[in-house]
Design a protein around this ligand. Structure first.
Ligand code: IMP
Length: 180
């Protein structure tokens, strides 16, 4: 059995992802002209997205990563967040763009933004590939949004279930029996 056998439905095909990421890259390039932005990718889910997004940005831009753990079950976050890997640099006075795979309840991003704000960046914005807006528990300002998706647990293109499925090149929903 291969990975493809576990898929119920492809929500966002590869070509659609890449077309939207090109648009996001163009918008970010225009908005941050002359600002030398620092893109912060949130490990591990955002790695594929930020790698493709960065290649669509046509102005000088810097890259750093943070790893955070969000306590909870495999499919629900609790809002209790711990920094596992911090940035390699200070962000005071920098134009910071946080890049994540998905904003679901918003608990993780809300905590992260509060943490980063306390370090006095010149500006702080969020770019999220996916937005599960119907599940929001905390308001999170998403300046750059790839797609709004329904309340379904999705995998692929960096997103995992139990560590698997990140390498699928599209966003999809797994068969119900896989989640059991
Ligand atoms: P939040 O704190 O509920 O917004 O959840 C944020 C994190 O939960 C994301 O960065 C993902 O790592 C994970 N997550 C939320 N929804 C999904 C999903 O549908 N598939 C895979 N991971 C998800």
């Amino acid at each position: 059995m291969g990975l493809l056998d576990d898929i119920d439905e492809v929500l966002i095909p590869e070509a659609t992802l890449h077309a939207r990421i090109r648009e996001l890259g163009a918008q970010i390039s225009s908005d941050y002209e002359g600002k030398d932005p620092l893109l912060i990718g949130i490990l591990t889910g955002a790695v594929l997205f930020i790698a493709d997004l960065l290649r669509q940005i046509t102005i000088p831009a810097h890259l750093d990563f943070m790893a955070i753990s969000s306590y909870g079950s495999a499919t629900e976050s609790s809002g209790v967040v711990r920094i596992l890997k911090d940035l390699n640099q200070t962000i005071e006075g920098r134009h910071v763009l946080v890049v994540d795979d998905i904003v679901d309840t918003g608990l993780t991003m809300d905590y992260l933004l509060e943490t980063l704000k306390a370090r006095y960046p010149a500006s702080l914005r969020v770019c999220a590939l996916l937005d599960k807006a119907s599940r929001r528990k905390r308001h999170v300002p998403i300046h750059y949004r790839g797609f709004e998706i329904p309340d379904k647990f999705v995998v692929g293109y960096g997103l995992d279930y139990g560590g698997t499925y990140r390498n699928l090149p599209f966003i999809c929903v797994l068969k119900p029996e896989v989640y059991r």
